[in-house]
Ligand binder design. Structure first.
Ligand code: NAD
Length: 415
């Protein structure tokens, strides 16, 4: 097999699992070499009248379990290696929560803040024209990711439907509700994480009113999970955004913090709370720590100072592998991203199902079904932990890898 496309980072991530499951070379190839890679360059007319070329990617990592699924990100650091790794993680995530999907990811190397809305619209439409023959409701279904949102999905869907010549809402998820998006999609990642957390808290006999929570990041994911946990009676003692954090040992009123952030653009200087740095927030004495901002926040430099009992990885890859081992040694329960933040893709799947059936569900039904998917995934993971006597991340990876390889074997693609 051609090895040029191998994803080195994927090797590193499944190393432990490959040893435990004694995977052979063909199995390793399936798990580390994407099925399809598209790299393209396309011109877009800027508002000034100039033409500018953009580089885009779409990687479909594995489709043995169903059409591939994954977001499109707009970021200046987007590159093929990163997109390959993220597509691999989507493959695992969809298998962890039992969605009938494989994994994909896409992106454009661009700093979106430097372009007007009209330019972003042309960049988004151009991305769809370049990938049109590569995507579709039964092939590969894009969704929002970093710096892309429901508005961009609406432009992308419109372009897709113009090329297709018919309505095809299931081609893209994360759409606005008025364009057949799903109810609850906007806070589904956070709600999924909250359901997972309450399963863990239940087994550890942690009562919400006696349980303190610190949340790093106050964007879509961080703000919504802080709000949900506050509404469920947890004591949210600290939150932060990119500028700084706030702390109150008695618990913050998150609704008021949201109004304060809406008014001032930041969480700092919230009445009655103490301003703290992001570093201090991570090292607080708290029962639950929720990194919900960026990758690489807990590293070998600060892992030893983490005092939380549970770390819920709502951001993608907020803990480096070295730090993960340190937390494991400290007996801190880490709930990994492939499970903790999978609620978004579960509700994206529900959106695709609703679009395919042209039958739309209430928010109540969406949330009930989300809860079932998330809690089933936790129970499956617990069984693998017990069977293999391993940590949670390893159990999730073992479970996902086994499902992917089984599908490949049944298709006759592996012995
Ligand atoms: P967002 O852009 O809405 O919010 C990010 C938040 O992080 C903002 O409050 C920002 O101020 C804060 N932040 C930025 N730099 C920071 C720093 N150095 N220290 C502390 N806070 C900082 O993004 P989001 O959609 O909430 O995504 C957050 C994370 O969750 C990302 O890792 C993303 O990949 C992951 N995630 C998001 C979804 C989703 O549905 N939105 C799904 C899965 C995973």
């Amino acid at each position: 097999m051609e090895k040029d496309n191998v994803c080195i980072d994927c090797y590193n991530q499944i190393d432990k699992v490959a040893n435990i499951l004694k995977l052979g070379q063909a199995e390793l190839d399936v798990l580390t070499i994407p099925k399809r890679i598209l790299t393209f360059s396309y011109p877009v007319r800027l508002d000034s009248g100039d033409l500018r070329y953009f580089t885009g990617y779409r990687v479909q990592f594995n489709d043995a379990r169903g059409p591939t699924k994954g977001g499109i990100r707009f970021h200046p650091e987007v590159n093929l290696e990163e997109i390959k790794t993220l597509a691999f993680l989507m493959t695992l995530k969809c298998a962890v929560v039992n969605l009938p999907y494989g994994g994909a990811k896409g992106g454009v190397t661009i700093d979106p803040k430097r372009f007007s809305d009209y330019e972003l619209e042309r960049i988004s439409r151009g991305y769809i024209r370049e990938t049109y023959n590569f995507i579709g409701p039964n092939i590969d279904i894009p969704a929002p990711d970093v710096n892309t949102d429901a508005k961009i999905m609406a432009w992308m869907l419109d372009e897709y439907e113009k090329l297709e010549g018919r309505h095809t809402p299931a081609a893209i998820t994360g759409k606005p509700i008025a364009l057949l998006g799903s109810k609850a999609r906007d806070f589904s990642t956070s709600m999924g994480g909250a359901y997972v957390l309450s399963e863990f808290a239940g087994t550890l006999n942690m009562k919400p009113s006696d349980t303190s929570v610190a949340v790093q990041g106050f964007g879509n994911v961080g703000m919504n999970i802080a709000r949900i946990l506050h509404e469920w009676g947890y004591k949210v003692i600290a939150v932060s955004d990119s500028k700084s954090g706030i702390y109150d040992s008695k618990g913050l009123d998150i609704k008021d913090v949201i109004s304060h952030k809406d008014k001032t653009g930041k969480v700092e200087k919230f009445r009655g709370a103490k301003d703290i740095s992001n570093e201090e927030l991570l090292e607080l004495k708290t029962d639950i720590l929720v990194p919900a901002a960026l990758e690489d926040q807990i590293t070998k430099k600060n892992a030893d100072k983490i005092k939380a009992k549970i770390v819920l990885e709502m951001a993608n890859r907020p803990i480096t592998p070295e730090a993960d081992d340190i937390l494991l040694g400290k007996k801190i329960v880490v709930i990994p991203d492939v499970l903790a933040n999978a609620g978004g893709v579960v509700v994206s799947y529900f959106e695709w199902v609703q679009n395919s059936q042209n039958y739309y569900w209430s928010e109540k039904v969406v949330l009930e079904r989300l809860k079932t998917y998330m809690t089933d995934a936790v129970r499956e993971m617990s069984k693998v932990c017990a069977d293999f006597k391993c940590d949670i991340r390893t159990a999730l990876y073992i479970n996902a890898v086994k499902k992917i390889l089984e599908a490949e074997k049944l298709r006759g693609n592996l012995k």
